[in-house]
Design a protein around this ligand. Structure first.
Ligand code: NAD
Length: 517
């Protein structure tokens, strides 16, 4: 190996293709287009820190449904009647957690460790075991401010994925022009297969270990896939309990419930931001969102709020795909009713759109071919592949999710003249309102929803306009925005333009402050 090769961080061309190198393709493309300073490029090419650690917890006893064949030997087993039905916590994988003294005072009939519940199913009693979960926190870059990024609970996570998502936060915070860097982390688990108390124990243990890495001026986690304001509340308590100035620490976590220092408008902020950027995309063309049709992948926080807000702007939701199925109605799906079906129906254990009475079930393949004006991917990354991009029957892809479109798919969209609102501006509403939450915590203030929404609208539309100007190489100053410092003397595609804006803002810190030695 030559000395030069030994000293250098390998560039993307020398590495095997991974989720991270794929995500960084756009970084290299924009860095080349704008002539990013060489040292800044090396600083940004890999994260500052990559942490991996483990969290252990004791799981509870479970009732595990037995296969129909094995159940046959229990046909004469009398039904067990549970007095306190709250003692049984049903999980998405069909297992049931026994909470507290669930079986005390009940009419229990156990044979060979098996029992039959009133639903007719035979279950085996399996004692809870101790389990270990792999946890991550990647801190990508802090040139512009403390690391900032969500915590994901999902079965399919990896260091590589968190590196990609942390880098994406560095770009996004720069684009949103909030004084943060980028980070991301989480735990490899499926939250739907764990009980509430188990998730609490895992979350507290996770923050116990994470505490030395985060802080209101160091690294600020927030919700992401599989986590929510309840988990954020636990993180906050675990971080600040016992601290002398614990109320000064409130800004260590954003995405909190408004009653404990969260911001009005934060829950819907990402979906709200997606809707604002779509509104601005049409305004730029002299059109309106009113009367447009759209399809959505993922009906969690981003997908559901994005849908509801677009619907309130006069657009019509035609189809929704999530992890468990797809629903379609050519006459329109009521986003509010679908939200209630997913979130407020205790029988809908998977919190899925599947089975929604106001629509018909279709396949995932058919979902991507539904004719509409807008597709809003709001689930996981890499879902729009080149194949799917060839089939899409829409005019605009608005990226609610992080990294939903692969680089190959990007090229197909460009070829097919399907427009794109890139994730780093489209879904930046979440981190923008997280910043508002952080300021409110620092100042011990509380802003109204109207105040938050109008600040968010201005922030996103202003930066989206700068991105469009960079793409068109149209440096100018208006009442609302100033793109003169960012245009690079040539036209580029929108995704590249968004990355140029991010890199220019980050580069300024290194060029003006210099490098500590
Ligand atoms: P969530 O957990 O609330 O919802 C995720 C949704 O995606 C669910 O409806 C789930 O069923 C669906 N899904 C999961 N796997 C799927 C699959 N294989 N096919 C189809 N659907 C699938 O998550 P969220 O907070 O809404 O985040 C969604 C996306 O938005 C993620 O990419 C996340 O990184 C990004 N994002 C979230 C925020 C935020 O504030 N929550 C901010 C910026 C970006």
């Amino acid at each position: 190996m030559s000395e030069e090769n030994f000293m250098r961080v390998p560039n993307a061309g020398q590495q095997r293709k991974t989720v991270y190198t794929e995500a960084m393709e756009i970084f290299h493309r924009a860095a080349d287009a704008m002539g990013l300073d060489r040292r800044v490029r090396l600083e940004l090419e890999e994260p500052d820190y990559e942490h991996i650690f483990y969290v252990t917890t004791k799981l509870k006893d479970r009732l595990v449904p037995v296969a129909p064949d094995a159940a046959k030997s229990f046909t004469d087993l009398q039904v067990t009647k549970v007095r306190d039905s709250h003692g049984l916590e049903r999980l998405a994988d069909g297992k049931i957690i026994l909470n507290g003294k669930a079986l005390l005072g009940s009419d229990v009939n156990i044979r060979g460790g098996h029992l039959r519940l009133e639903d007719g199913t035979v279950y085996q009693l399996v004692p809870g075991d101790i389990q270990r979960f792999k946890a991550y926190r990647v801190q990508h870059n802090q040139a512009r401010g403390p690391y900032k990024g969500g915590i994901r609970y999902h079965r399919e996570v990896s260091l590589d994925l968190f590196k990609a998502l942390a880098a994406e936060m560095t770009w996004k915070t720069a684009i949103a022009d909030v004084p943060f860097g980028g980070g991301k982390g989480g735990i490899q688990l499926d939250p739907r297969q764990l009980g509430k108390e188990e998730l609490q124990a895992i979350s507290l243990r996770f923050m116990y270990k994470l505490k030395q890495l985060v802080g209101p001026n160091i690294d600020i986690p927030a919700p992401d896939v599989g986590t929510n304001s309840e988990i954020m509340a636990l993180f906050l308590r675990q971080f600040s309990d016992g601290e002398r100035e614990r109320h000064n620490q409130r800004g260590v976590i954003t995405g909190k419930d408004v009653r404990i220092g969260g911001s009005e408008g934060r829950t819907k902020a990402t979906g709200q931001g997606v809707a604002y950027t779509i509104e601005d995309y049409y305004a730029d063309r002299g059109e309106s969102v009113k009367g447009k049709t759209f399809i959505v992948q993922g009906f969690g926080n981003v997908g559901s709020w994005g849908s509801l807000i677009l619907q309130n702007m006069g657009a019509k939701l035609l189809a929704v795909n999530d992890a468990d199925g797809t629903v379609y109605n050519p006459d329109g799906i009521d986003a509010g009713e679908l939200m209630r079906y997913v979130n407020e129906n205790p029988k809908n254990l998977k919190r899925s759109v599947l089975g929604f009475p106001g629509a018909q079930a279709i396949s995932k393949a058919d979902f991507w071919q539904v004719k509409a004006d807008i597709a809003m991917p709001a689930a996981l990354g890499g879902e729009i592949t080149a194949d799917i991009a060839e089939k899409l029957n829409v005019k605009l892809v608005a990226e609610g999710a992080n990294g939903p479109t692969t680089p190959d798919a990007d090229r197909v969209l460009e070829k097919r003249k399907i427009d794109l609102i890139p994730d780093i501006i489209c879904n930046a509403g979440g981190v923008t309102v997280s910043y508002y939450e952080w300021i409110q915590n620092k100042r011990m203030e509380s802003w109204t929803e109207k105040e938050v929404d109008s600040k968010l609208e201005l922030a996103l539309k202003k930066n989206y306009r700068i991105i469009r100007d960079i793409a068109r190489n149209n440096p100018r100053k208006s009442d609302m925005h100033d793109s003169r410092a960012y245009c690079i003397g040539k036209q580029v595609d929108t995704r590249c333009a968004a990355m140029v804006l991010a890199l220019k803002r980050i580069e300024a810190h290194y060029m003006l402050e210099g490098f500590s030695q």
